[in-house]
Write a protein that binds this ligand. Structure first.
Ligand SMILES: Nc1ncnc2c1ncn2[C@@H]1O[C@H](COP(=O)(O)OP(=O)(O)O)[C@@H](O)[C@H]1O
Ligand SMILES: Cc1ncc(C[n+]2csc(CCOP(=O)(O)OP(=O)(O)O)c2C)c(N)n1
Ligand SMILES: [Mg+2]
Ligand SMILES: [Mg+2]
Ligand SMILES: [Mg+2]
Length: 340
């Protein structure tokens, strides 16, 4: 089968012309480039995330459908972190000659599952062979009302730092999946024990916070915003550096999911390490003035979402510190997932 036949097989029947037109596609898959409409008064928001075999996933950590779902979710999450709405996606796929097409179709099934959930239209992409391993790169084009994008660089002294949900579960899920060692090397959903299912789900099926990003953007009171791909410490550092401020994380304010606590206790590990340095949570962290926090939390509760106040922004010292439960204040390294 040549690449054109593969592309036809992966995309055929998924999106009718009527569906595409409704979502703004003028010319979709099949021409040199896609043509699409944007809502007037909006600005483009563009992001790209890559997932590559052995670095982002292995046979023992993710099923094929999860690979597609998570690749799309990671890119959607960056759009959420701008307070924007995702609209169109381009998918770049590379895999070795001889890869069973069922595998690629399953990855695509996952991509579509996440795309459909957030009303994203796959408008095109690229397909190539590779010497080794599978790589999926997702580019998303989104939109936000002119001048309303939420940036990392606007945290202000006196702000509180918030997070939209539990952190650290994905990294614990990854460790559980790597440690349990499946003899056959095959992912088997039924072998995941009940106690670990929330961790595994967080790792394999992250939940990008588009709704939270929209609530924050429309409220007009959110200052900085970032999504957590490399760990809370790393993302707090990104905000602190971009904004020229210091951030104090208050240990006792950081929520710890029950499943993470149990897992960390069993392994004699510190749950906080997963939270600070694990990554791939795809929750949002950001800042707003303290006086707006209670009303924003009420808005989030109404929407069935969580908003935890976990720290403070100050002028000095720059960088990120942790105020430990005992009251001791320690500097946090700018450490998190780093590719090189
Ligand atoms: N190869 C590249 N060429 C140009 N810009 C890049 C490249 N890789 C990353 N970037 C840009 O660098 C910034 C940081 O990237 P990254 O750490 O991947 O962001 P995030 O963690 O939010 O996904 C982003 O603005 C991204 O667009
Ligand atoms: C097999 C395997 N090993 C390690 C990891 C952990 N891991 C890989 S990439 C990454 C960070 C997030 O990915 P990145 O490409 O840096 O995303 P971005 O920051 O661009 O959103 C983490 C925690 C994993 N997911 N799978
Ligand atoms: Mg990225
Ligand atoms: Mg990001
Ligand atoms: Mg990264």
């Amino acid at each position: 089968m040549d690449e054109f036949a593969i592309i036809r097989r992966l995309t055929e029947g998924r999106q009718t012309p009527a569906f595409q037109k409704e979502r703004g596609i003028v010319t979709g898959i099949g021409d040199d480039a896609a043509v699409a409409n944007l809502t007037s008064g909006c600005q483009l928001v563009m992001t790209c995330d890559t997932m590559t075999e052995e670095i982002h996933f292995k046979k023992i950590t993710m099923r094929d459908t999860d690979i597609g779902y998570k690749a799309m979710a990671a890119a959607v999450s960056d759009i959420a972190a701008m307070g924007a709405i995702p609209r169109y996606a381009l998918i770049s796929l590379s895999f070795p000659k001889g890869t069973v097409l069922d595998k690629i179709e399953s990855i695509y099934k996952g991509l579509y599952e996440c795309a459909d959930r957030f009303k994203v239209v796959i408008a095109g992409g690229d397909t190539t062979s590779a010497v080794q391993g599978i790589t999926v790169a997702v580019t998303i084009i989104g939109e936000v009302e002119r001048g309303k994008a939420l940036l990392r660089s606007v945290a202000k002294p006196g702000d509180v730092l918030f997070a939209t949900g539990f952190l650290g579960l994905s990294a614990a899920g990854l460790q559980y999946l790597l440690d349990r060692g499946i003899p056959s090397g095959e992912w088997d959903e039924h072998s995941v024990t009940e106690a670990h299912s929330a961790l595994v789900r967080a790792h394999c099926r992250p939940d990008p916070q588009i709704e939270a990003g929209q609530l924050l953007q429309r409220s007009g009171i959110c200052h900085a915003l970032n999504d957590v791909s490399d760990g809370l410490a790393s993302e707090a550092w990104e905000i602190a550096e971009a904004s020229g401020v210091g951030i104090d994380l208050i240990e006792e304010r950081i929520p710890v999911a029950g499943e993470l606590l149990v897992y960390a206790q069993q392994r004699e590990l510190d749950a906080l390490d997963f939270i600070l340095y694990g990554g791939e949570d795809y929750q949002l962290v950001g800042t707003m003035r303290e006086e707006h926090a209670a009303a924003m939390q009420a808005k989030f509760r109404e929407a069935g979402l969580a908003l935890h106040i976990i720290g403070y922004v100050q002028t000095q010292p720059r960088g990120v510190r942790l105020v430990q439960s005992g009251g001791k204040v320690v500097s946090l390294e700018k450490k998190g997932y780093n590719h090189f």
